[in-house]
Ligand binder design. Structure first.
Ligand SMILES: Nc1ncnc2c1ncn2[C@@H]1O[C@H](COP(=O)(O)OP(=O)(O)O)[C@@H](O)[C@H]1O
Ligand SMILES: [Mg+2]
Length: 317
């Protein structure tokens, strides 16, 4: 078998900048999203998430750089791109006095779906987001979680291949959040390419297959969420070890190795920060045992994504 090819690129962002007066909301963003990705776009408030999504959705022009959705340029082919994407903004008005079904029928009409087909289309998206039994409820009577799911139903009406969701889980209680996440996984299984933004990394860690971390309009991490969970590529592994007796001499031996960046006493043991590359817990064990130390405990410390995120960002709000 030949090595598996990466899937085709669904979204391509190259050298994207956007300024608002003196503020550089995006300062040279490069990002690729593959077809079928459920990508988590993570960053503190003001990092540039909304700006990125609005540019992808053709609602905002870039200052410079190129952005393509399924091969189409968001500036010169905006009309085509609009047909391919479903964009759910961070705040959207709902028409509180409309019935759920009416509301979606209205948007179906906006997408010029023939009236004979609309009831079927509306029911399909309602079933997908678990609101079929709320067909005749007034939009204003729905819970916040249900309104978010209705918002999602609305952007699915024209069967877009790409979904851009700006902090859809914000303000939801844990249960409503889980329900929303389950729907997004279902949409990914259906083959959609999805970008979901959040300022809470933990929320996206298990949901998304890839994570992109933005800070001050630049990308600081893009890659598999699982990979980021295990190894922080720019930092190397952290290993924690406990030896019998005084650890000071063991720390000194470890510090003498070129693969070791730093050693700190932590938790009655030593936390060893290894340089990126081949070095792992096995090396630490070898160095200690060959140095004559009795090794009592050894483990790789796999930083959670949250920790990776905190290390990579300044944590401002
Ligand atoms: N319409 C606008 N006018 C002026 N500044 C803006 C505008 N939109 C965004 N910004 C600024 O651009 C930066 C990025 O904002 P945004 O993309 O909304 O970040 P995020 O969604 O990650 O919180 C912020 O400093 C914000 O104040
Ligand atoms: Mg935002």
């Amino acid at each position: 078998m030949t090595p598996s090819q990466p899937p085709p690129i669904a979204i391509e962002i190259r050298g994207l900048t956007r300024s608002f007066g003196a503020v550089n909301a995006l300062a040279g963003l490069d990002l690729e999203v593959y077809e079928g990705d459920l990508l988590g776009l993570v960053g503190s408030n003001g990092a540039g998430k909304t700006t990125t999504l609005r540019i992808l959705a053709t609602f905002l022009l870039p200052t410079s750089g190129t952005v393509k959705v399924l091969g189409h340029n968001v500036v010169t082919e905006a009309e085509t791109v609009r047909g391919l994407i479903g964009y759910m903004p961070d705040f959207f008005g709902v028409y509180k006095d409309m019935e759920v079904e009416e509301y979606l029928d209205f948007f179906a009409a906006c997408y010029r779906i023939p009236s004979a087909r609309r009831p079927r289309v509306v029911l399909d998206v309602l079933e997908l987001v678990g609101l079929a039994d709320k067909r005749t409820a007034l939009v204003g009577t729905l819970s916040r979680g249900m309104q978010q799911r209705l918002g999602l139903a609305r952007v699915l009406i024209h069967q877009p291949r790409v979904l851009l969701l700006d902090e859809p889980a914000s303000g939801l209680d844990p249960r409503a959040r889980l329900e929303l996440m389950a729907i997004l996984q279902e949409l990914q299984r259906m083959g959609k390419t999805i970008i979901i933004s959040s300022h809470i990394l933990r929320e996206l860690e298990t949901l998304c297959n890839r994570i992109a971390i933005l800070e001050k309009g630049r990308l600081t991490y893009a890659g598999p969420s699982a990979g980021a969970n295990q190894r922080d590529p720019d930092r190397g592994l952290l290993v924690w070890a406990r030896v019998a007796g005084d650890a000071t001499a063991a720390a000194a031996v470890l510090r003498g190795r070129p693969e070791v960046l730093d050693v700190q006493p932590v938790d009655h043991g030593l936390r060893i920060h290894l340089a990126p590359g081949e070095a792992d817990a096995g090396l630490v064990a070898e160095v200690l045992v060959h140095g004559g130390f009795r090794l009592l405990e050894l483990r790789e410390e796999r930083p959670g994504l949250e920790e990776v995120f905190l290390r990579m960002t300044t944590g401002e709000t």
